[in-house]
Design a protein around this ligand. Structure first.
Ligand code: HEC
Ligand code: HEC
Length: 301
């Protein structure tokens, strides 16, 4: 082998090959490159042995470590569902008061409740439950049928003037349209009803009409709204003195209510939602009511 000749310009040895006077320098690939290639090779070999890698016929080599991402995903999904199933079973089995006092369960209620309310109730009652004209503000207004948890659950289950055989039934009669009262009488009643929540509307000029309205109220309205006009739960007739209105509290709205009557339709949810879902929505709503302090807004009240 040729040894020893050095290229005077670069200082490298030559390989001894020469073409037409051009000599080839002996510049080997640097060691770090070999080192790098060998390390990568070893790593790749080790990786294919340890991790799932080579396919064969009907499957693939599963790797010595037994790591399987598909299994890992399936396992975490399974864990999540069993976790959920566990919560759902508790919500199904425990009674409303128990759930209300359990912070973990209420966490689930707040999460699921928001979605369920958004999907099923918000169209009528608004996303914040504060209602629209014709749809009561169920975040803040008093519940006509009672507001203890079991009663609200029942209202949501059977509905109001709904399709369930046990539905709550209520109707505000059309006193004007059905000829029970004249327009003047309806107008006197409207004025009187306004004055129930706003006594400043009584003036020297309208005192007589107000007195007539009061008499008409005693004869026509107290059967459902009560002697004190504060509502009777069994008839679903609202308190007319608290300035919460489903159909508007302006004199014109109230005239319209007395003249043409009202009958709100609240769907029966018993067949559309599962008992657990109804529980969650009810608890979500009651929780919302606890937090909904501050001025009453929305068309409803
Ligand atoms: C199609 C419209 C509509 C939808 C959807 C609807 N509601 Fe109602 N809801 C009403 C009306 C109208 C009333 C008032 C009925 C009345 O007083 O005559 C009402 C009243 C209520 C009340 C008050 C009961 C009381 O005692 O005063 C509650 C609570 C209630 N709804 C809950 C819900 C929940 C929860 C959902 C969703 C699962 C829902 N509503 C979906 C129309 C609706
Ligand atoms: C047969 C029972 C019944 C009688 C009688 C009755 N009401 Fe009502 N009234 C109701 C019911 C039930 C509602 C609730 C309707 C609803 O929410 O859909 C109501 C609602 C109202 C409202 C609307 C309240 C709101 O939140 O917007 C006014 C106002 C009202 N009644 C006034 C009167 C007056 C005045 C009379 C007498 C002339 C009268 N009612 C007689 C059952 C009755």
């Amino acid at each position: 082998m040729f040894v020893g000749e050095r290229d005077p310009f670069t200082g490298h040895q030559t390989t001894g090959h020469e073409w037409n006077g051009i000599k080839e320098l002996n510049t080997p690939v640097p060691r770090p490159v070999y080192f790098f290639l060998i390390t990568m090779g070893v790593f790749a070999l080790a990786w294919t042995l340890l991790m799932p890698s080579w396919p064969y016929g009907s499957g693939y080599f599963k790797g010595l470590l037994g790591v399987d991402q598909k299994q890992a995903v399936a396992k975490s999904i399974e864990e999540a569902t069993t976790g959920r199933a566990h919560w759902m079973t508790r919500i199904e089995e425990e009674d409303l008061l128990q759930i209300q006092s359990d912070t973990d369960l209420m966490h689930i209620v707040r999460e699921d409740g928001r979605t369920l309310f958004g999907d099923n109730c918000a169209a009528c009652h608004g996303a914040n439950a504060k209602g629209n004209k014709g749809y009561p503000n169920i975040a803040q207004a008093p519940m006509l049928w009672g507001d203890d948890p079991q009663t609200v659950l029942q209202t949501v289950t059977v509905g109001i003037n709904g399709t369930d055989p046990n539905t709550r039934v209520s109707q505000m009669l059309a006193f004007g349209r059905d000829g029970m009262l004249t327009k003047d009488q309806v107008s006197q009643l409207a004025g009187f009803v306004v004055s129930l929540s706003d006594p400043t509307t009584v003036t020297d000029n309208n005192k007589e009409d107000m007195a007539k309205g009061k008499d008409l109220f005693a004869t026509n309205c107290v059967a459902c709204h009560g002697n004190d006009a504060k509502g009777i739960v069994e008839s679903g007739a609202p308190n007319l003195t608290d300035n919460h209105w489903t159909y508007g509290g302006g004199r014109g709205d109230i005239y319209q209510t007395i003249y043409s009557g009202r009958q709100g339709h609240m769907p029966s949810w018993g067949k559309r939602l599962t008992p657990a879902q109804i529980k969650i929505i009810t608890l979500y709503l009651l929780d919302l009511r606890k937090q909904a302090v501050g001025p009453v807004t929305g068309g409803a009240s």
